[in-house]
Write a protein that binds this ligand. Sequence first.
Ligand SMILES: [Zn+2]
Length: 68
Amino acid sequence: MAFDNNDSHGNQRVESCINCLSETPHRVTIELRTESPTNDNAVFSREPYRVSRCPMCETTTSQRMNNG
Ligand SMILES: [Zn+2]
C-alpha cells in the first residue's frame, strides 16, 4: 500500500494570507466556540468556526460558519 506523503491530519487549502500577502497552504480546522450570550440565563451556544492557519507566519483567521 502506498500512501501519498501528504499531511493527512487536517484539510489544507491554498488561501491568500492577509499577513504574507501571498497564497499559502493553510491548515483548515473546525472549532466549536462557546459564545456567551448577554442574558445570563440563556443557554450557551456553541458555534462552529472555520479556522485557517498560515504555516508561514502562524496567522490564524477564524470565520463563523453559521450566520444567525
Ligand atoms: Zn501568512
